[in-house]
Design a protein around this ligand. Structure first.
Ligand SMILES: Cc1cc2nc3c(=O)[nH]c(=O)nc-3n(C[C@H](O)[C@H](O)[C@H](O)COP(=O)(O)O)c2cc1C
Length: 245
């Protein structure tokens, strides 16, 4: 390799698409690349997906797959990724817990003063993704997001554990934290308030509903014949189509 192919520290530049970590040596970067290639995917007990038998209503299929994921001991099957965009169209994602689902859609709860909440207030559309790796299943959902009523949010708050309620009382999610002492002070105040007023509700705790207009079910197959079934909302119902893997 010519000297010009190396950077000032003598490290080999990472190939396009794989940036080397700061201070990583060429050997460490190559080892990381090698390590990545040894890792397997779709190693779980993959499920069958009978697309012909899929129900007309995608939320029924969601219910079937979610129950399968729980039954088959997928790790944290209620954890999902939620993507939002800011006013400039810049996307961001984070993991959230699914709190409920019904014929209207899927529910999550968070602080109405968080980064995600301010993005949702400006652009009330989200994408959700579930990946149940033990079953090789993925569900992708897109739709409008609505803030639920104060009563529904209060009910979600009341169902949280004591620690989770105290944390929600802080109301500063996604703001910069200067030092841990600030958090210790605030959580102490929140715990005392909850002891004195057990029925109080964090004013900015919010339950949100994602009302899907697109749901795609994806089933991995070891010979790469991955099956995809997409539902699109049309008028009062849904149309379905398979997608190329
Ligand atoms: C497994 C898991 C579950 C989480 N569940 C929630 C949740 O239900 N609600 C929530 O506000 N944050 C939850 N978080 C934290 C979020 O990922 C995120 O850090 C936080 O909501 C702030 O996001 P934002 O800055 O985009 O608003 C969870 C994180 C993990 C890893």
């Amino acid at each position: 390799m010519s000297a010009s192919a190396r950077d000032e520290d003598g490290a080999v530049p990472a190939p396009p698409g794989l940036a080397s970590a700061p201070n990583a040596t060429a050997g460490a970067a190559a080892e990381a690349r090698q390590l990545l290639r040894t890792l397997k995917v779709f190693e779980g007990a993959l499920k069958a997906f009978d697309i012909q038998a899929a129900p007309q209503d995608p939320m029924r299929l969601f219910d079937d797959w979610f129950r399968d994921a729980v039954r088959e001991r997928n790790v944290e099957p209620h954890a999902m990724t939620l993507a939002s965009v800011d006013a400039q169209g810049c996307p961001s994602v984070r993991t959230l817990i699914l709190k409920d689902y019904d014929a209207s859609g899927l529910y999550f709860a968070s602080s109405a003063r968080s980064r995600k909440a301010s993005e949702l207030a400006q652009r009330p559309r989200v994408a959700l993704n579930f990946y149940w790796r033990e079953s090789g299943r993925q569900i992708r959902i897109g739709g409008a997001v609505l803030r639920c009523s104060a009563q529904q949010s209060a009910a979600d708050f009341a169902a949280r554990s004591a620690d989770a309620r105290a944390e929600a009382m802080l109301g500063r999610q996604s703001q910069p934290l200067q030092r841990w002492q600030d958090w210790e002070d605030a959580i102490g105040v929140a715990r005392r308030q909850l002891q004195d007023e057990p029925d109080c509700v964090a004013p900015d705790w919010a339950l949100y509903l994602v009302r899907p207009d697109e749901i795609e079910f994806w089933q991995a197959d070891r010979s790469r014949r991955h099956e995809r079934l997409q539902y699109l909302r049309e008028n009062d119902g849904w149309v379905r189509q398979m997608l190329w893997p």
